[in-house]
Design a protein around this ligand. Sequence first.
Ligand code: APR
Length: 311
Amino acid sequence: MRRKVTVVGAGNVGANVAQKIAAKELADVVLVDVVDGVPQGKGLDMLESAPVEGYDVRIVGTNGYDETANSDIVVITAGFPRKPGMSRDDLLLANYEVVKSATEQAAKQSPNAILILVTNPLDAMCWTAMKVSGFKRERVIGMAGVLDTARFRTFIAEELNVSFENVTAMVLGGHGDTMVPLVRLTSVSGIPLAELADQATIDRLVQRTRDGGAEIVKYLKTGSAYYAPAASTVEMVESILKDKKKVLPCAVRLEGEYGITGLFVGVPVKLGKDGVEKIYQIKLDDGEKAALQKSADAVHELVTVLQQKTQ
Ligand code: APR
């Protein structure tokens, strides 16, 4: 049976997600955007590379949701990037409206879909999508930890001049300044990072990971990262569609795990055909616990703003 993935938002992240899904022949893709012509044009352009690339999937772009019906997965990347003069709250509320409307329409057409959120501020947008869709927490998942972990792995591999593939790491917490790279559980082919690099080096790599998104924005000036975010999203899509059961750090709604309730926070989960199939509660030391709680507090602050302004 053919699988279908809807990607809402045909901008930098969305178009790259669509293209990577097609290139891996994971599913047919429906690309949705509010701008007339853009999803249609990008969708057709991608389709026209099928004979050259050799993939047999259908890709269609649209401004509506009819064609998204019965999607297995809906990836939401729609939203505004932050502009000069905008406060964090302004971005939060603008993207709340976008994610709310996208979720409402997509969930209506695909009531059994798994939602993957990419729009920022990520953890608050996951909260929005869950509230609007009424879906169970197993089917509302945020992409952040895979990207933050990929950045950490990249910086470690470069620093040590080893294969990127050999570096295993786990970054927990919210997608922001308060993310929690777990150095204790980071290794190169099983060798703990602490045996390969001194503390000052590790601290520098951790800080670069925290600032990973900002580093790209500084270069691009008019937008944020999209190649690594798209690749990270597609790793999640693939694990679900192929029921690979990969263990990945994703934003999920915690209900008591790690002492946190009612908030989306990045933790290790198993991703398979049913979405989040298990939440791993790993033992954290006191410093890690405090850092995760601080991260949850930052997420709580944004959700409180949403609750107050959207009543
Ligand atoms: N419905 C559908 N698409 C929308 C809507 C909406 N209501 N509102 C805006 N869009 C579309 C825009 O038209 C644009 O094509 O979302 C797209 C966003 O694309 P970009 O501006 O290129 O932003 P991008 O870099 O893709 O980032 C999107 O992902 O990583 C996050 O922080 C990032 O929140 C941002 C999101």
